[in-house]
Write a protein that binds this ligand. Sequence first.
Ligand code: AMP
Length: 411
Amino acid sequence: MASIIAPRGTRDILPGESYKWSYVIKTAGEVMSDFAFNEIYIPIFEHTELFARGVGETSDIVEKEMYTFIDRGGRSITLRPEATAGVMRSALENNLCAQGNFAKLWSYGPMFRYERPQKGRYRQFYQIDAECLGIAGAEADIEIINLSLELFKRLGLKNLEVVINSVGCEKCRPVYREKLVEYFNQHKDELCETCLNRLERNPLRILDCKKENCGKVAENAPDIFNSLCDECKEHFKKVCAGLERLGFKYKLNKRLVRGLDYYTKTAFEILSGDLGAQNAVCGGGRYDNLAEAAGGSHLPGVGFACGLDRVVIVMEEQGCSFGKIPEPKIFVIAKNDDARENAQVITSKLRSEKIAAVCDIAGRSFKNQIKNANSYEYICKADEAGNLELVKNSDDVHENLTLDEIVGRLK
Ligand code: AMP
């Protein structure tokens, strides 16, 4: 029988890698807490309708990338392709923003999209998400971008580029949409198959098509800034001014529309030159219409999703530090076979004093245990009578001590 391997687009994060992921998540937790964002856990699956209505029927995600199935109760369920819709659902359901309150929330975990796998693109991938709900003003957009950049700064990422755009709101976007349809209709024969389909359904997406011909056509497409209403213009100006005040460089990219339909006003991405084709480490923006699309009352929001898989790749490529690999401090060696049980008891006692300790549980000989133990900071040799000898590997000092004395020394 052929052996079973992991499904295409998934991968195992093995022990030699996993400490890097833990480091990024730990750092994210610290940054979030410095910005007063609270952690939230939301389900990995939701009703399909949440994503269909929230992310948008015409988005690539909903059209062709969702892992959807009928559960045993006959419900249509979808593995979450992104976190924002779920966080919004939870905030509405649990009244997190009742009476004009706002909520600053963060979360991390796996997302699922049926995409063509390549470097930096997987079918199960991980995101760190931050969402600020209940605030319509540009200060919240600035806070979210500030938060993402502080995270990358603490992780030591270099050569990042912030690109930003406004995609308008329900008042001005329809006008812009019309202008786009009119323009692209005149260039139909230059567009790819996918963009021809987008022409009626979601013409804004043609703007960020990666195909060369479509790109050339999009280059001369009507400028969204000429169509923004006064409110959107003002909002965008404030966001840009805020970024400048905080000392962040950014680039305007009028063709940045992002793949999810729920964005309004601000859309941004953070790109890395060290990633190849899939170069976005983070994407986000404002989504003032998502709550209503998900069946709730009006609740403005702005947030980002940072791709953990890609962040780790860039950090590796840039030689960033992932902190120290956590390692036990002391190896407790059984001097002979009769001392084995004692070594395990001593090890357990050290651990309950919060000292990271190991002993041999694989029946290795004394010689092999010694060989193994040399890489630890300390060795403790235990005999069958309970006598303990502490050895500090770096200076080869041997001392006969009690367990309490060893604990005092190592703490
Ligand atoms: P999105 O939810 O599409 O706005 O994506 C936000 C971020 O998640 C991107 O900037 C990527 O870093 C990451 N991301 C999105 N899709 C994938 C994927 N299939 N594999 C790995 N990372 C992804």
